[in-house]
Design a protein. Structure first.
Length: 294
């Protein structure tokens, strides 16, 4: 498959993603641009799974003696000031109040399919890089944690606020934090509900690199441009997966626990969830106004 064919195959029309292929570094850049609040909408999750299946198909199309077509997958955002604020709270509230447990489970399974593909390199030895140029909360942090290597700019804030409305991050955070830290520190972070700075997350060992504000993309480009290091990185991250496998069955089992807990949330907790959603919308509007002002 030549370059133009690869581009057509991957860069189909998406409503909530921008997908770019950089042939010089053999990298795919996936930028989020959700319609509405800066969260993982059901339609964005569907588009991510379509993209990921395309990446797997492209990787599988090469013969065993061919050089891999893709070395890196970079996950970033086009939302001003935000990497991602997590789950679609309005969707959660609607489905919980409607007692539609299966719709909630379907959404959650779609999320962990995305997480698992990124964390395991799409079963193709692809190294994944998370680029955080804005805040990552809840499911947004879970998405970042799925990446092999995480770069964050100074000033970025991260956290898991779900405990504030009597829930927990059920789409990968527990599994991935236990692997980056351990279960004790993972639970402390989850139960705290705290918002951490990029520097604090680096000191904890949650992320891999902190760079100056505005230099995140350049830092990622420097990381992926050294073709000599790709083989070692690929091997180390394959070894990480072999030593402590992250399985789809584990992620789905924990997601089932999350769904059961979510369906039991009382109206007061749902209202708190709604307040957080409203705060996200207000923040997004402020960030957009600041960008337009500049």
């Amino acid at each position: 498959m030549n370059l133009s064919e690869q581009m057509r195959f991957l860069s189909r029309t998406y409503k909530e993603l921008d997908v770019l292929l950089d042939p010089n570094t053999k990298s795919i850049w996936c930028y989020w641009r959700p319609e509405g609040p800066p969260s993982f909408t059901p339609s964005m999750i569907r588009e991510l799974n379509v993209l990921h299946r395309s990446i797997q198909a492209l990787a599988a199309s090469r013969s065993p003696d061919e050089e891999p077509l893709i070395h890196y997958y970079v996950q970033a955002s086009q939302i001003p000031g935000s990497y991602n604020m997590g789950g679609d709270f309005s969707f959660f509230i609607d489905k919980i109040r409607a007692r539609d447990q299966e719709a909630l489970r379907h959404y959650a399974y779609g999320c962990v399919d995305v997480i698992h593909n990124i964390a395991t390199g799409f079963d193709s030895g692809i190294v994944s890089v998370g680029l955080l140029q804005g805040d990552a909360l809840g499911g947004g942090l879970e998405a970042a944690l799925s990446c092999n290597f995480i770069v964050a700019e100074r000033g970025v804030k991260m956290g898991l606020p779900e405990i504030l409305f009597n829930s927990f991050p059920g789409m990968g955070a527990y599994s991935m934090l236990c692997r980056r830290l351990d279960s004790v520190r993972a639970e402390r972070l989850i139960f705290s509900g705290r918002i951490y700075t990029a520097e604090e997350m680096y000191d904890l060992g949650v992320i891999d690199l902190v760079v100056d504000k505005g230099s995140g993309e350049q830092a990622v480009r420097e990381y992926i441009s050294d073709s000599r290091k790709y083989g070692a990185r690929q091997a180390v991250y394959l070894a990480r997966q072999r030593a402590n496998p992250l399985t789809l069955s584990e992620l789905r089992d924990i997601t089932d626990i999350w769904v059961e807990a979510a369906m039991k949330l009382p109206d007061g907790d749902l209202r708190r969830m709604g307040h957080l959603q409203s705060a996200q919308v207000r923040r997004q509007r402020r960030e957009l106004q600041m960008c337009l002002g500049n």
